[in-house]
Design a protein around this ligand. Structure first.
Ligand SMILES: [Cu+2]
Length: 154
């Protein structure tokens, strides 16, 4: 009986995790002297209910935050977002100049070719593990949107 309950719990987690897909994940190679980097991907919700991501963790960084860029008096600022919702059957893009995952106080240097594991936590307690390949920042920039991006964390 206990075994069945455990199995059911595991299956429900697996099903929940399977309903949120992560496409084209990557994280920027860390420039010398920096301890933060940004991760990007597209979340695809294959389920018939909205999925809200509320937190993220990684063993490669002390903290992982979800950030958005907002215009404020003509300047672009980053701010932490505590909930992002992926509509039922919809998708949500994390990209340079928009939503991104901020890895703060990295525990090791990120080098192109490495992979960083991140776990996204949804509002219902589901967790979604993502492997983000580390890529050269210049190679990752598409259309130069990220060139003016400015990350400051203390
Ligand atoms: Cu940020």
């Amino acid at each position: 009986m206990r075994g069945w309950l455990l199995l059911c719990a595991l299956l429900s987690v697996a099903v929940q995790a399977g309903s949120l897909q992560v496409h084209e994940p990557y994280i920027r190679e860390l420039p010398p002297g920096q301890s933060v980097s940004a991760g990007y991907f597209t979340l695809v919700n294959g389920s018939s209910a909205p999925i809200a991501v509320v937190a993220a963790t990684s063993d490669a960084a002390d903290r992982v935050e979800i950030h958005a860029h907002r215009m404020n008096g003509g300047a672009v600022h980053m701010e932490q977002v505590h909930r992002v919702e992926v509509a039922a059957g919809g998708q949500l893009q994390f990209k340079p100049g928009g939503l991104h995952l901020m890895l703060i106080d990295l525990k090791r240097p990120l080098r192109a070719g490495d992979t960083v594991a991140v776990t996204l936590l949804d509002e219902k307690g589901g967790s979604h593990r993502v492997q983000l390949p580390v890529v050269d920042a210049r190679a990752a920039v598409q259309g130069g949107a990220a060139q003016g991006e400015h990350h400051q964390h203390h």
